[in-house]
Design a protein around this ligand. Structure first.
Ligand code: SF4
Length: 542
């Protein structure tokens, strides 16, 4: 429970945040700012996945950024061409610090390139399909990739170029897999629509293309892990030490072949629920692979997730090996954690980032005794906040209708339920949850603030009122926050830090937060407007 003697009254903070808005805007924002009650019966309904009011400075990215930048961006060997003006292409060019490790130095790695058709005025007037075909041909001639993805940006949708027809034609001509994404920036309210579009096309064009079986006993895919700052490398190592075969990661340190073969795994473990639950649902429907929610951010959560995966396979040897790895890793974590906790205990944090990160990183702060007083997502839907139990009550809006809903049926030859009904039932009786996510609010403190699609103005007000020890967000907020004398930790790109996943990552994060919140430098910072609040000017010409 938030300590009322130490912290402002949340209802008053909410009032303060919205009182400057015109009444229509305030009515909308009031639904997206809630005071948390973590119990499912009294949990408030939050407004989410709705359009940002024009004029408000939002943290959000566009649909194209979610499709190309987030989901497909971390794949090393699909050559991704952005069909549109060059500015859109730059927006999704490795700004998240995704890393990759090709098996050999000479193996394909297109992540360091930015491929674009660089549309000009003429292409907008006369159509850009011809230029796109040329770009695909040129990319093929130079790089000989096994697959090419084509991403549409806003102008492409406005002039009506048919990227899918171009993809079909070039696929036939070149004999490689070429597929398009109708992920124009305006297609949805945020990058969330782009994730869904990316999931659909991967499912239609890539997943299931290679049936080669793996001999290992415990085979999983990791979904919603994007290898920022090397997170996936830590998790790959961790799973290998436990004896768990990672067939594919969507899409950190990923490859086309791994995607194509991912339907041979026996379990899908989801990290970022929002960006990829669609793929997990469709793979269960078509191939019979169950999915579970995991979280490898935080030492306790990593241990819990490893145990959950081991429990799914119901194998005593695996469980024992997992416990050994946890014990070894926890000993290293404890050594660092207790010392850092003594310096961080009681300090406050705020997190406004992503579609699961604002939830997952709270575990790391809790482990060093810090309190999260406010958090929210940029592009989540209600289930990411309140849990999947609200799915039947979520209204389908115009934006959701904008995105193709695939009808998926069991594959006549390859559908194989990995667990019988009786096995599932037995696991459920032991408290095992299939296809479920309880959402962020159930784990946040009572009376903490939960804010969806926070605006720049609201962030500044919150910082002014609470003076948190650290504010977690992205590059768009970073310097404005730091000019207020508060350190900002980027959780989209990790600044220059990381990895933060798994046990090793937890140690890195504790150390980084210790450095940030205990540095005296922040007390010396004064923004220019603190010294000179009024900008004065004179006309140059009289
Ligand atoms: S909103 Fe449209 S124009 Fe802007 S970056 Fe996204 S795709 Fe490009």
């Amino acid at each position: 429970m938030i300590d009322k003697a130490r912290f402002p009254v949340p209802a008053e903070v909410k009032e303060e945040l919205i009182k400057k808005y015109p009444s229509k805007v305030a009515r909308k924002r009031t639904k997206q700012i809630v005071i948390n009650h973590p119990d499912p019966e009294s949990m408030p309904e939050i407004g989410a996945n709705v359009r940002t009011v024009p004029g408000i400075i939002t943290q959000r990215g566009c649909t194209y950024a979610g499709c190309k930048g987030v989901v497909l961006g971390p794949t090393r060997d699909i050559l991704n061409i952005t069909h549109g003006p060059i500015g859109c292409g730059f927006y999704s060019w490795l700004t998240r610090r995704n890393q990759t490790r090709p098996p050999e130095e000479t193996d394909e790695n297109f992540m360091t390139y930015c491929f674009s058709t660089d549309m000009q005025e003429d292409d907008i007037v006369f159509g850009g399909e011809k230029k796109l075909k040329q770009a695909v041909q040129e990319a093929f001639d130079i790089f000989h990739p096994k697959a090419i993805g084509i991403f549409s940006t806003c102008p492409v949708g406005l002039i009506g170029d048919d990227v899918h027809a171009v993809a079909r034609e070039m696929k036939e001509k070149l004999g490689i897999n070429v597929f398009g994404f109708s992920c124009e920036g305006y297609k949805g309210v945020s990058q969330s629509a782009g994730h869904h579009i990316a999931n659909n096309q991967l499912f239609k064009h890539v997943i299931g293309n290679d049936d080669t079986p793996h001999p290992e006993k415990f085979k999983i895919n990791l979904l919603g892990e994007y290898n920022i700052g090397g997170d996936a490398f830590v998790l790959e190592d961790l799973l290998e030490r436990c004896g768990i075969k990672l067939v594919a990661t969507f899409s950190g340190n990923s490859s086309y072949d791994a995607f194509a073969n991912s339907h041979t795994a026996d379990l899908n473990a989801i990290m970022c629920h929002r960006s990829i639950n669609y793929v997990a649902e469709m793979m269960e429907e078509k191939y019979g692979i169950p999915w579970i929610k995991v979280n490898f951010i935080g030492a306790e959560s990593s241990a819990k997730s490893l145990r959950k995966i081991a429990a799914y396979f119901e194998d005593a040897e695996l469980m024992e090996r997992v416990e050994q790895v946890i014990a070894e890793e926890m000993a290293k974590v404890e050594e660092v954690r207790s010392e850092i906790r003594s310096r961080c205990e009681g300090k406050t944090a705020m997190l406004f980032v992503g579609g699961s990160r604002a939830h997952h990183y709270q575990d790391l702060f809790r482990e060093i005794g810090m309190k999260v007083v406010a958090a929210g997502y940029e592009f989540a839907h209600r289930d990411d906040y309140e849990g999947r139990r609200v799915l039947p009550n979520i209204k389908v809006d115009a934006d959701s209708r904008n995105i193709e809903q695939l009808t998926v049926e069991p594959d006549p030859e390859r559908y194989r339920p990995r667990k019988t009904e009786a096995e599932r039932q037995r696991l459920k009786e032991q408290g095992f949850e299939f296809s479920d996510y309880e959402g962020m609010m159930s784990e946040m403190e009572r009376e903490s603030l939960v804010i969806d699609d926070i605006s720049h103005y609201e962030s500044e007000k919150l910082i002014e009122i609470y003076k948190p020890a650290v504010f977690c967000a992205g590059i768009k907020e970073k310097y404005a926050v730091q000019k207020m004398g508060v350190p900002c930790k980027q959780l989209h790109s990790y600044d220059y830090g990381g990895p933060y996943a798994g046990f090793e990552g937890a140690i890195n994060f504790y150390k980084e937060i210790d450095r940030l919140v205990n540095s005296k430098i922040w007390g010396y910072i004064q923004a220019p407007w603190q010294k000179n609040p009024e900008i004065t000017a004179t006309y140059a010409v009289k």
